[in-house]
Design a protein around this ligand. Structure first.
Ligand code: ASP
Length: 437
């Protein structure tokens, strides 16, 4: 217990110190080139980026081994399809709830009305968003090695599932391979905990760099937009998810939130659902008690296709920019925003800042000026951190609901405050694959 508290507390201390250091640099030393060159863009950048790379390094092998074990654990293609359909529908439904909530709150509060464009509109040139038809075609990797090399999560998930199903159908050869995958999975989990030991330091440098550049004061002119996004993120993160957990998974949301804390801290610090996959997986399996056979599938899928926090930002940003430019949106425009946000969150990966690319797509569709995104650019990084934490909370919530419906959730682990202490590694071998059943 004390050990677990120590690592979480250490990460929190790292974050707080990073925030203070970064904000101080931004306030008092933003024009001292020595500090900018050697500290912010030197030390902070190098260690922070190295830490994010260390996290990303885990993602592809961990998802691969874990997903092979997951599919072999399910052992039945029909069950796999059922879990897939449940997870997919719930991801769409929660994103729909998120964007609707954001639109309603933003229309009621109306941020941006009377906003003076004194903050200086930064120009924004959007990267082209992928055409949605391609998104679906490209789920099937033309070259799986390429998919692995590029870390294309949807393609990796697709290939690994097909491969693991083939393993199930291959008798003794498949069984031996599944044994090996299970061992590799245990070792990979150990690598995760090794990397996490460096989390407090990594997090300090990441946050220090972000706040040195962004600075807290940047938020002030944008306070209206910023607070409405944060309000909606909190309402969805604590309200919607808690209700869903209570009703559909019969789980205590408070325990859930406490146990998700390490994953939240990582998501916040890295602003990337993808880079947080290893930590989310560990939290969901070892702390919340979800069986690997569900989590290995739903967590990486969620990190790729489920972005409730991002959808919330898009909803509020749409209303905000429409207000700033004095453009009236019709009900049909709002419905378009709902549809586009859902599709856009399926089509883009969970990496920092991707929400803005998707926002350009939404704006184009409803005829809002895309350069308006320049207005919200300044505060986007900080909002990105918070919305990424909401994104992964959505992944974990849906995972728990699906696991409960599949009787794949261990209440004893969920209730045990000591379960899944991050520095202790043993992966329970309860998820033996179907060959051994
Ligand atoms: N950073 C977010 C994520 O990885 C995506 C975004 O909103 O930009 O989940």
């Amino acid at each position: 217990m004390s050990k677990k508290m120590t690592i979480t507390t250490k990460i929190l201390i790292g974050m707080a110190m990073g925030l203070i250091t970064g904000s101080l640099i931004n306030a008092f030393a933003h024009d001292i080139s020595f500090i900018q060159n050697y500290l912010v863009n030197g030390l902070f950048h190098v260690i922070g980026a190295a830490f994010v790379n260390a996290l990303k390094m885990l993602v592809v092998p961990l998802v691969t081994f874990s997903l092979v074990c997951g599919v072999c654990g399910i052992g039945d293609v029909a069950v796999l399809g059922r879990v897939g359909i449940k997870a997919f529908s719930l991801y769409i439904a929660t994103t729909g709830l998120a964007i609707s909530l954001a639109l309603i709150v933003a229309i009621l509060i109306a941020p941006g009305q009377g906003f003076e464009q004194t903050a200086g509109t930064m120009s924004f040139t959007p990267n082209p968003a992928p055409p949605l038809t391609d998104v679906f075609i490209n789920i099937i990797p033309g070259n799986p090695i390429n998919a692995f090399a590029e870390g294309n999560m949807l393609q990796i998930i697709f290939f690994v599932i097909i491969f693991a199903i083939a393993m199930l159908m291959s008798g003794e050869a498949g069984r031996q391979l599944a044994d090996t995958a299970e061992k590799l999975n245990v070792v990979m989990m150990k690598v995760v905990t090794l990397v996490m030991d460096f989390a407090p330091i990594g997090v300090f440098f990441l946050i220090a760099k972000t706040f040195s550049i962004e600075g807290i004061s940047l938020i002030l002119p944008m306070i209206g937009y910023f607070s409405v996004v944060i309000l909606c993120l909190l309402l969805h993160g604590f309200g919607t998810f808690s209700l869903l957990l209570l009703i559909f998974a019969r789980l205590n949301p408070w325990v859930f939130i406490k146990k998700m804390r390490p994953a939240h801290l990582f998501a916040f610090s890295t602003a990337s659902s993808n880079a947080t996959i290893p930590v989310t997986l560990q939290a969901v399996e070892k702390r919340l008690g979800v069986d690997n056979s569900t989590a290995a599938f739903t967590v990486p899928l969620g990190a790729t296709i489920n972005m409730d926090g991002t959808a919330i930002m898009q909803g509020v940003a749409t209303v905000f920019i429409a207000n700033v430019y004095g453009i009236d949106l019709a009900v049909s425009d709002y419905l378009t925003v709902v549809g586009m946000s859902i599709l856009a969150s399926i089509g883009t990966a969970g990496v920092p800042g991707v929400g803005l690319i998707m926002l350009a797509m939404v704006f184009n569709q409803v005829g809002l000026p895309v350069e308006g995104i320049g207005l919200i650019l300044g505060v986007d990084r900080i909002l990105d951190m918070v919305r990424t934490a909401v994104n992964i909370t959505g992944d974990a919530t849906v995972t728990c609901i699906v696991a409960r419906s599949e009787q794949n959730l261990d209440d004893q682990i969920f209730q045990d405050p000591d379960a899944g202490i991050i520095t202790e590694v043993e992966l329970p071998h309860k998820n033996k694959h179907a060959f051994n059943k």
